[in-house]
Design a protein around this ligand. Structure first.
Ligand SMILES: *Cc1c(COP(=O)(O)O)cnc(C)c1O
Length: 500
């Protein structure tokens, strides 16, 4: 055999030192990147990024793990988007807690899967303990739950359980028997996460199954409108399957009024799901925990630790008030988790089979600094967002589009002499121009039918001054684009005029 026959280097007893060296090299590269970051990303054109990736022949290996790690650094890390940069303001992607990053490195090497007890014994215990910590923090007397890949999956899982509860058990009256999928109604709002509608589609519900309940001016669900919507559905012979209250809507960062919504759900016997993917950090906030009052009355809760708990992706959980509810979606296989198994197999509770021990990262964070430190970090983000709202309100060229309970800033560049149409037309090009430049990253969305730009603050290290400076660059870029667009519009009119 040829001595350069490629070797697959498996991490094993013999390669403990190789592991130390190779991963050490990767960490050293990444540490150098962190130390040198000056912009949230680069200005490398999209076509160049694609060409670089395309130019690599995946069937022509480098025959060296070191070379592959170097290539990852030069190809990927050199062009990454950095969420710890104070001008990284586009999405709900957070900078990460260091102990969690260390735990992630452990997970990558040990490669546990928390599906069956025999693959993860201590991991299973750790996940169950972290879940219990989370349910106690919510205020469930005797809850349960399971880690998932993200809020979208947590919401899908919750809606599956609600669908099973509505269709398997049937209505208490049982007069017309079990409702069909066509009869089910999910009550949400226009501000609910898109995964609610997507989950309904996955679960085989018809499009009309998701009903948008009316909201107040800030986009929060109106409990009175919810009561009416449920009454209307019942009158039509339909069955309420779930009510989705959002604790931190993705665009507005607003929290639906949980207590009055829970009152309606209790009265109607409706499954209340609280989507706290974004707002879950409030659970550990020393000053704002009251914003989640009523969350303990939910039947199920989505928490994205990879948002407001500063955990690396992925780290989310579906948490339920009634442990037996998880059994609504249980399935058994002889080789994996037979029904008579005495061992606690987490796969009984999950939609996934092979599954990461993401709980270890939150465990490490809790052990390193405690929950309150996480809550204080989220508080800092919300405090800064409040001051940025004030700044935008006073800014001569920016218009604040909506208030927030958390940390988004919805705004439009629109000085007094700029029309609504011109301002709206600038929203998308502004975001694209900033992304191409890589110095300040912002998002765009549509609020009440009009486009606007959006900042999502999620970095406790970003100061008010830094965010204000980033906004200054946003406003200057908007003005420059506006002037350019006016000029080219004039030019177009003149050339058509000359041709005439
Ligand atoms: C982000 C978000 C989700 C989806 O979470 P992923 O982890 O991205 O799948 C669901 N609901 C809300 C309110 C969110 O903000």
């Amino acid at each position: 055999m040829n001595s350069v026959t490629p070797q697959l280097e498996i991490l094993d007893t013999d390669r403990a030192e190789r592991y130390r060296d190779l991963v050490g090299a990767a960490v050293a590269h990444t540490a150098d990147r962190f130390a040198a970051v000056t912009t949230p990303t680069t200005d490398t054109p999209a076509a160049t990024l694609r060409a670089r990736v395309e130019s690599i022949d995946l069937d022509a290996p480098l025959h060296s793990a070191e070379a592959a790690v170097d290539e990852v650094d030069g190809l990927f890390s050199a062009e990454a988007v950095w969420f710890h940069h104070p001008a990284s303001l586009a999405h709900l992607n957070c900078p990460v807690a260091l102990p969690a990053v260390a735990a992630e490195a452990v997970l990558a090497a040990v490669n546990p899967s928390v599906d069956t007890w025999d693959q993860s014994r201590i991991g299973t215990e750790i996940e169950r303990r972290v879940v219990r910590w989370a349910t106690e923090t919510i205020g469930f007397a005797d809850g349960d739950g399971v880690f998932t890949s993200g809020g979208s999956q947590s919401n899908l899982h919750a809606l599956l359980l609600a669908r099973q509860a509505a269709t398997l058990r049937g209505p208490a009256s049982g007069r017309r028997g079990r409702p069909s999928l066509d009869d089910l109604v999910v009550f949400a709002t226009a501000s609910s996460h898109f995964s609610v509608r997507k989950s309904a589609m996955v679960l085989g519900l018809p499009e009309h199954a998701v009903v948008d309940v009316a909201t107040d001016a800030a986009g929060r669900m109106r409990p009175d409108a919810l009561a009416h919507a449920i009454a209307d559905a019942r009158r039509e012979g339909r069955t309420p399957m779930a009510v989705i209250a959002t604790a931190g809507t993705t665009d507005r960062g607003c929290i639906d009024p949980l207590e009055p919504i829970a009152d309606v759900c209790d009265l109607e016997g409706a499954w209340l799901h609280v989507d706290a993917a974004y707002g879950c950090g409030l659970l550990v906030s020393p000053t704002r925990r009251h914003l989640l009052d009523g969350v303990e009355r939910a039947r199920s809760v989505t928490a994205d630790f990879h948002k407001s708990f500063f955990q690396p992706v992925s780290s989310s959980a579906l948490l339920v008030r009634v442990p037996e509810d998880l059994g609504l979606a249980a399935w058994h296989a002889d080789y994996l988790n037979p029904e008579d198994a005495e061992e606690p197999n987490q796969v009984d509770k999950s939609l996934q089979t092979t599954r990461r021990l993401d709980a270890l990262k939150l465990w490490a964070s809790l052990r390193a600094s405690g929950a309150e430190a996480i809550g204080r970090a989220f508080d800092t983000v919300i405090d800064v967002a409040g001051r940025v709202h004030e700044h935008v309100r006073r800014h001569p060229e920016l218009v604040l589009v909506a208030p927030t309970d958390l940390s988004t800033v919805l705004f439009r560049w629109q000085p007094d002499d700029v029309s609504d149409d011109d301002a709206d037309a600038l929203v998308a090009p502004l975001r694209a121009a900033l992304l191409a430049e890589g110095r300040v990253l912002i998002a765009k969305t549509v609020i009440d039918g009009r486009p606007c730009n959006k900042l999502t603050l999620l970095n406790p290290g970003a100061t008010e001054d830094q965010v204000v400076a980033a906004l200054g660059h946003v406003a200057a870029t908007a003005r420059r684009l506006h002037v350019e667009r006016q000029r080219s519009a004039r030019h177009a009119t003149e050339t058509t005029g000359a041709r005439r």
